[in-house]
Write a protein that binds this ligand. Structure first.
Ligand SMILES: [Fe+2]
Ligand SMILES: [Fe+2]
Length: 265
């Protein structure tokens, strides 16, 4: 039994207050466990991977997201059995719940870019077990036989930035790459309209992503991966052909210094 729940998901049918299954097989499950508060802050996607009884929480989110995300995790899995927290980069919308998670379970291992290891203690007062990811990346073997491949994608936007490819589901957890900060408070777990999605992604990528060279290096580095979907930390998941279209769109978009300070201006 293997169910790619993601391909049939529609925003209309989603109950945003619950964990949303994205991939299910006997050994391996992926869930959206994010939050939609409709507040002034940017909305956050968090994701849970469960592989043969071991849990990995990606992009746990802001300080106030601990409780709703914990409830969602516990509705499908014992949160005490989460072994790893993965953070793509240092921003508060990604990491600020870390002290609550470590209070809940001090034995958690934190996987994050090595550039941020000495900054993370400023979020909390715990002795933390780290698995830092350097520029050569890091592979976490899964009990099912698959792997979580943590890849360095520097300067997109953070100088220490990690994306994670799940070899079982084919999902690329991309952090802020592919983020669409929809401002309307509606449910956007998947894409309803490609043009609206692009219009929502454009300003964010132009301003936050550091340069078109960094984008080109990233697209090159993931080109050989069998990516079935891109799962960003904000906004809609890009599925199948949408992932493909996204790489083409992003590769042609002037970003960061190339957008703000074009060479011949
Ligand atoms: Fe960020
Ligand atoms: Fe973010």
């Amino acid at each position: 039994m293997q169910t790619d729940c993601l391909s049939t998901l529609t925003n209309r049918d989603i109950d945003i207050t619950k964990a949303i299954p994205l991939y299910q097989s006997p050994d391996h499950h992926v869930y959206w466990v994010g939050t939609l508060t409709r507040g002034e802050e940017i909305e956050c996607n968090s994701y849970l991977i469960v592989d043969r009884g071991e849990g990995y929480l990606l992009e746990a989110g802001g300080f106030d997201r601990f409780s709703p995300t914990l409830d969602k995790v516990n509705s499908v899995f014992s949160a005490q059995s989460i072994s790893h927290l993965l953070f793509s980069h240092q921003d508060p919308d990604v990491c600020a719940s870390i002290s609550a998670w470590l209070e809940f379970n001090p034995g958690l291992t934190v996987v994050c870019p090595s550039l941020w290891q000495r900054f993370m203690p400023h979020y909390m007062a715990y002795n933390v077990k780290y698995q830092p990811m350097g520029d050569k990346g890091l592979t976490l073997p899964l009990k099912s036989g698959g792997q979580l491949k943590c890849l360095s994608a520097p300067y997109l936007h953070s100088p220490g930035n990690m994306v994670t490819f799940d070899s079982v589901s084919g999902f690329l957890f991309s952090g802020d790459i592919g983020a669409a900060p929809y401002p309307d408070g509606e449910t956007h777990v998947v894409i309803d309209d490609w043009k609206v999605q692009v219009d929502t992604m454009r300003g964010f990528h132009q301003r936050y992503m550091s340069s078109s060279r960094a984008v080109a290096a990233f697209i090159h580095s993931v080109a050989g991966l069998p990516i079935k979907a891109i799962l960003p930390q904000h906004g809609a998941i890009l599925r199948g052909d949408e992932a493909h279209k996204f790489f083409q769109w992003l590769g042609a978009l002037p970003c960061g210094v190339d957008y703000l300070f074009p060479a011949n201006s």
